[in-house]
Design a protein around this ligand. Structure first.
Ligand SMILES: *Cc1c(COP(=O)(O)O)cnc(C)c1O
Length: 328
């Protein structure tokens, strides 16, 4: 076996996905599984599809391209680059857009590829990352988008908790619902989708505060890591489906242990040792340094040490080509 390794417990992920998808379905909400957090890993994606997700979503076209073998709608969730519109139309069925100019480009590209491309117009409810902020501008943009050939305005959406850290609430999401209703009335159209946000929105389930009309969520870390708003654990989900396992390569007389993983692979502050008596001291680009003075376990050279991880650690070890990914 090769180390360092990222152990992915597919059963636990599937359990999380079953639970979250069940909760969503009960409320008439479709789930777009966000695959960017695990680089669109094929085994994880398969498990999520088995659990019944409706859409695969990613911020990177390369990942959507990798997923093109899965016969399920794909959605690009990062604001599309003008330079990638041809791939956007080719590899995604839906994209989240914030700009009329980009919509026009998507339109000419869709016509060229003889396709209908679906767009969800993003509304900025105060987070200041993506979407249109001023309400008048939203309706102006809709008017122009409806004139575009090759484009279907599928609905509206929002993204919170990112730049401005605005927390999703019944109030701010109801604003989105009202905007959708006004668009439907003013333009005499039906909008199929209101895309209400990410895993950080699911806390609204608890007190039944999710506005009824929200019918899509884009879920990443809740499915894989069992976490939601503020990275807090979601009740009833596994938060330990992913483990990093590293090998001890040296032990010093003062009980300082050196392991073969470094900052090139992961930020040591993002790791939580399973042995609670281990203290993480530091890391350089290739070595992780631990203090085992308080440990009751004995460690020897060649032993393996396990860590839980936060989202950042999961992503960086997933991206690192030096960390072996093993599904168990
Ligand atoms: C990453 C992302 C998500 C998923 O976020 P999680 O917190 O992992 O659920 C949803 N929507 C957008 C636009 C994203 O960029």
């Amino acid at each position: 076996m090769s180390y360092p390794r990222l152990e992915i417990d597919i059963k636990k992920i599937k359990y999380n996905a079953d639970k979250m998808i069940g909760e969503c379905k009960n409320r008439g909400i479709d789930v777009a599984a966000v695959t960017k957090g695990f680089c669109a890993n094929e085994n994880i994606t398969k498990a999520l599809i088995e659990s019944g997700v409706d859409i695969l979503a990613d911020s990177r076209i390369q990942n959507l391209k990798k997923l093109s073998g899965f016969n399920i709608p794909k959605m690009l969730i990062r604001i599309p680059m003008l330079s990638e519109v041809s791939d956007v139309v080719k590899y995604s069925d839906i994209s989240l857009v914030s700009e009329l100019e980009t919509s026009k480009k998507l339109s000419s590209e869709a016509i060229r590829q003889n396709k209908i491309h679906n767009i969800i117009l993003m509304v900025d409810l105060g987070d200041l990352r993506e979407g249109i902020f001023y309400e008048d501008e939203i309706y102006e943009t809709v008017k122009d988008i409806l004139l575009l050939k090759g484009i279907n305005l599928l609905g509206v959406g929002t993204n919170l908790l990112c730049y401005g850290g605005v927390i999703p609430t019944k109030d701010n999401l109801s604003k989105l619902v009202n905007i959708k209703k006004k668009i439907e009335n003013d333009f005499n159209i039906n909008l199929k989708v209101i895309s209400g946000g990410s895993s950080g929105t699911t806390h609204l389930f608890k007190n039944n505060e999710m506005p009824e009309d929200i019918n899509q969520l884009r879920l990443g870390c809740s499915l894989t890591m069992g976490i939601g708003l503020n990275d807090d654990p979601i009740e009833g989900l596994y938060t330990d489906a992913l483990k990093l396992v590293v090998e001890v390569v040296s032990i010093k007389p003062d009980k300082t242990v050196i392991c073969a993983i470094g900052r090139d692979d992961v930020n040591p502050n993002y790791l939580i040792p399973n042995d609670e008596y281990i203290d993480i001291i530091d890391a350089d680009s290739d070595h992780l340094i631990l203090n085992i003075n308080e440990c009751t376990n004995n460690y020897s050279i060649g032993d393996k040490i396990k860590f839980n991880m936060n989202y950042g650690a999961f992503l960086s070890t997933m991206v690192s080509q030096y960390v072996h990914k093993v599904c168990i």
